[in-house]
Design a binder for this molecule. Sequence first.
Ligand SMILES: NC(=O)c1ccc[n+]([C@@H]2O[C@H](COP(=O)([O-])OP(=O)(O)OC[C@H]3O[C@@H](n4cnc5c(N)ncnc54)[C@H](O)[C@@H]3O)[C@@H](O)[C@H]2O)c1
Length: 356
Amino acid sequence: MQALIEGEAVQSLNFRHRETTLLEGIPLAGFVLRLRRYFGACHRCGKGFFMKVLITGGAGFIGTNLVARLRQMSDVYIRILDNEALGRREHLDGFDGEFIRGDITDRDALDRALEGMNTVVHLAADTRVMDSIINPAFNFAVNAHGTFSLLEAMRARGITRLVNASTGGAILGEAQPPVHEEMVPRPLAPYGASKLTAEGYCSAYAGSYDFKALSLRFSNVYGPRSFHKGSVVAAFLKRVLIGEPLVVYGDGSQTRDFVFVDDLCQGIFSGMTADATGVIQLGSGQPFTVNKLIEEIRLVVAPRPVEVRYEPARSGEVHTTWCDIAKARRKLGFDPVTQLEEGLARTWRWFLDRTA
Ligand SMILES: NC(=O)c1ccc[n+]([C@@H]2O[C@H](COP(=O)([O-])OP(=O)(O)OC[C@H]3O[C@@H](n4cnc5c(N)ncnc54)[C@H](O)[C@@H]3O)[C@@H](O)[C@H]2O)c1
């Protein structure tokens, strides 16, 4: 019975969310809606909310940005499960939902975190490609087995709506860009393999247990709240801050698809409410070499000097990748609008404020 109610709530979510968002625009109706929620909704247990979402890894870079976005929506209740391996509860400034400090590999923590929820956004992961090469067993335990445990815990509770964070370049390996969803995956590092395994189980649970499981393959995400990240934009801006040369592995001709985190979060939210399943890529759809990125960074951080040191290329890293986002546009109405220069400027301002 519980499963049925949860399932029905999710079915009608898309419509109800649009309906209430529209009503909020009308002064009297919006006022009445807010009053009803104020007295009828409980921020401690989620009662009275249309969408009750568990975000695993919600204290991390993408999670904190997603939470900031979802908090603006009065009919979304948020619970976070994060072991604070990298993210921190205090990064969730002003967050008034629930935070559970726990690990996705721990079934008890998963059961507590899923209680009463109807939607899951699964972001928790061991995210570093190089670390996965050093310790593939740990990477497998968190990304592959952790996702499997999450799916099993969801199945036990009849929760079937899941947005799974996946990755583009690392899953496909060296492939002729622009890469797309129909390409045969050939991961070059354990990180890509574990993410592919997780995608496989999401697909299997959609096929076998009627899950609405959608794996979103993110390209290189950058933006505010990424100070702890080792990804290229965050790493470069931290080097600029301390006045050290940027370190480039290879000659800088390697190409990436940099998507701004606000645009990405718009895509994740669409994924939470759309009926799409399977795999969809989210990126900017535009290629930039690392050398071009450095040029843009020079403009944004001026008059600070930007020195560059080139080192030998590292194994396990894809040389050239960017993605075709036609499917995301079609299925999710995805429309990444932030140009690299603007996104870098906003990221740099956040880095400066954080270190001021
Ligand atoms: N940032 C990117 O460019 C990018 C690109 C492709 C895919 N992704 C995927 O997006 C997701 C979020 O990435 P992010 O950049 O926000 O990373 P992040 O490291 O900032 O966030 C991950 C969060 O998960 C938590 N976590 C790690 N292991 C956990 C565990 N076992 N149990 C509970 N919590 C755990 C960490 O403490 C952290 O807060 C990941 O699945 C990642 O693989 C990110």
